[in-house]
Design a protein around this ligand. Structure first.
Ligand SMILES: CC(C)(COP(=O)(O)OP(=O)(O)OC[C@H]1O[C@@H](n2cnc3c(N)ncnc32)[C@H](O)[C@@H]1OP(=O)(O)O)[C@@H](O)C(=O)NCCC(=O)NCCS
Length: 173
């Protein structure tokens, strides 16, 4: 287990989470700001990628577990991304559609932000020495922007990321 909040646990994803994460990432309406919803193979690669991130960087997107029921209802965590030639630590999140609008993404992302600053000491020692965490968010993704804003992130720049316009939301240490 990596983090605990009032209602959630964040722990490493495992291949046995595939079905639960497919319900989250495979939902076409929820994932409308992504190029396409994930299929089973994409979710498998997603889990592999984040397990590689844990081993390589000590962080990644973690499985979001609802304490009340023990079920995996999403993911949230920290991912190193290359943005305009710099390594930046991004907070990311996905919540299953029937569990949205209850503050879970905001609660989990807030815990990840505290972890980045207080446990990782983010981001002292990184080449550009920006002591900040970011979220890359498409302008039309209002729910994601609200989560960032509720946790104190502000738009600092607009950028083309993976050929798609994104806002860089950031909060300083
Ligand atoms: C973004 C996402 C994780 C938010 O999860 P969540 O648990 O519902 O988030 P929260 O409940 O903490 O907060 C959502 C906020 O967005 C607001 N919101 C949601 N839909 C909205 C809409 N259509 N218009 C305006 N506000 C909206 C909610 O009202 C809430 O804000 P509030 O507390 O001020 O009322 C979820 O929508 C999701 O999984 N989306 C698909 C994946 C994704 O886009 N991830 C982010 C990639 S950058």
């Amino acid at each position: 287990m990596i983090l605990e909040t009032d209602r959630l646990l964040l722990r490493e994803m495992q291949i046995s989470d595939l079905d639960a994460l497919l319900l989250v990432l495979g939902d076409a309406e929820s994932m409308r700001y992504y190029p396409k919803p994930f299929d089973r193979e994409m979710v498998q690669k997603w889990i592999d990628r984040h397990r590689h991130n844990y081993a390589q960087h000590g962080v990644g997107l973690w499985a979001m577990v609802l304490k009340a029921t023990g079920e995996v209802i999403g993911d949230c965590g920290l991912v190193w991304q290359e943005v305009e030639g710099h390594q930046e630590l991004e907070i990311g999140y996905h919540v299953r559609r029937d569990q949205q609008m209850q503050g879970y993404a905001t609660e989990a992302a807030s815990a990840c932000q505290n972890y980045a600053f207080n446990v990782l000491g983010c981001c002292v020692g990184v080449a550009h020495r920006r002591h900040r965490v970011i979220s890359l968010i498409r302008p039309e993704n209002i729910p994601s922007r609200r989560v960032a804003e509720k946790n104190g992130l502000k738009i600092v720049q607009e950028t083309l990321w993976r050929d798609i316009p994104h806002y860089i939301y950031a909060v300083q240490r």
